[in-house]
Design a protein around this ligand. Structure first.
Ligand SMILES: Cc1cc2nc3c(=O)[nH]c(=O)nc-3n(C[C@H](O)[C@H](O)[C@H](O)COP(=O)(O)O)c2cc1C
Length: 357
């Protein structure tokens, strides 16, 4: 049953209808809303035939056709895997050179058409590699920044002991996979991509000291732990230059909320680097599978509605041009307008409409 959120203050929604122009691609979202990523798990799946996996299905297209009538300025997909062996779950959409075919490209064109069916939104694919968060049934020894195993259980299953990627594999495979998928999205007609670097997935495994014990140029100092996302950005821009108007954003934790995890001050440094190199937007979230944070963890977040309000305000204060979306916990016009006016964000990421306790 849907519970209603009590509204204590009436506020004009006009600010939410304002457009947002991205600083690098110069593309404009018609309003401040972004439909945030919600994994769908309804792409094709056949454990015995990798080439048959990860096609957008009519069910998935139907879902996005419905979303497209919702009027979001930015319509973001759930995570799309860039490595067929490291999915967040069976049923993810997949883009990878080894499984490409004319049929898959046609399916992606139908997928894009569903995004665009109802309104003039910006259609963005979220690109992701689950790394050590790949379910055990899909990878006994997944890749990660280091060999630190995720000991959490999820849906009755655990996670395998990961192996650390070599420096060469980071450069040749991980970077290449994200760049290839971005180009694929561009060729399919999407307006942009978002690199999923939050919630403990592979790219977050590189920035967090809890999972990154490396001694090469991708480990150790904050600068080194920030490097991979910058290298991926540059690789994407080599395949899809700025002049194309293609949008490149990133989802990032504002804080990991677990012992030894990423602190907000670290996130400030990383976000400034993302701004410097040219990312169009940052979507701020928080937590990992080890410590889920898609819920109110304290009374102050309940009163401010957004889970990561305080962290986002600190990060945004250090930035100048990059667009900041904040996701998690928004339920009322008052909460959304307040977050924008208090300087915590420019845009509102939003998906699960059910009020939380
Ligand atoms: C069922 C479910 C699936 C999700 N899938 C993704 C995903 O694929 N990628 C991602 O970045 N976040 C994912 N999230 C996190 C959401 O994007 C969002 O950060 C979170 O739901 C908090 O926002 P909300 O309070 O508006 O729901 C998921 C959350 C839920 C509940």
């Amino acid at each position: 049953m849907v519970r209603r959120v009590p509204v204590t203050e009436t506020v004009s929604p006009a600010r939410l209808a304002e457009s947002i122009t991205f600083p690098t691609s110069k593309r404009t979202a018609k309003n401040r809303f972004m439909k945030a990523a919600l994994t769908e798990r309804v792409a094709t799946w056949n454990p015995d035939d990798r080439k048959a996996c990860g096609f957008p299905t009519p069910e998935l297209c139907n879902m996005y056709e419905k979303y497209s009538h919702g009027g979001f300025g930015v319509l973001l997909s759930g995570n799309v895997a860039v490595d067929p062996t490291h999915l967040e779950s069976a049923g993810n959409v997949i883009i990878h050179k080894s499984i490409d075919s004319p049929e898959r490209r046609e399916a992606f064109k139908r997928y894009l058409a569903a995004f665009k069916a109802g309104s003039d939104n910006l259609a963005i694919l979220q690109l992701s590699n689950a790394g050590r968060q790949t379910p055990l049934a899909l990878a006994k020894h997944p890749i990660s920044a280091s060999d630190v195993q995720l000991l959490a259980m999820r849906r009755g299953s655990g996670y395998g002991k990961p192996r650390a990627l070599t420096t060469e594999e980071v450069r040749q495979n991980v970077v290449h996979d994200f760049a290839y998928a971005a180009r694929y999205a561009y060729d399919s007609g999407f307006d942009g991509v978002q690199i999923h670097s939050a919630h403990g997935y592979l790219l977050a495994q590189f920035f967090s000291e809890t999972t990154n014990k490396r001694t090469d140029q991708y480990g150790g100092s904050l600068e080194n732990r920030t490097r991979l996302n910058l290298v991926i950005y540059e690789a994407i821009r080599r395949l899809v230059p700025v002049e194309t108007g293609f949008i490149v954003g990133i989802k990032m934790n504002s804080k990991e909320l677990q012992a030894g995890g990423l602190e907000c001050e670290d996130a400030v440094y990383m976000c400034k680097e993302y701004e410097r190199i040219g990312f169009d937007f940052i979507e701020l979230s928080g937590g990992t599978i080890e410590k889920l944070a898609f819920q109110h963890l304290s009374e102050s977040t309940v009163s401010r509605e957004a889970f990561f309000f305080d962290f986002a305000a600190k990060i945004k204060a250090a930035l100048t041009t990059i667009i900041v979306y904040l996701t998690g916990g928004f339920r009322t016009v008052h909460g959304m307008v307040n977050a924008i006016e208090q300087g915590a964000c420019d845009g509102i990421g939003w998906d699960d409409p059910l009020p939380q306790k």
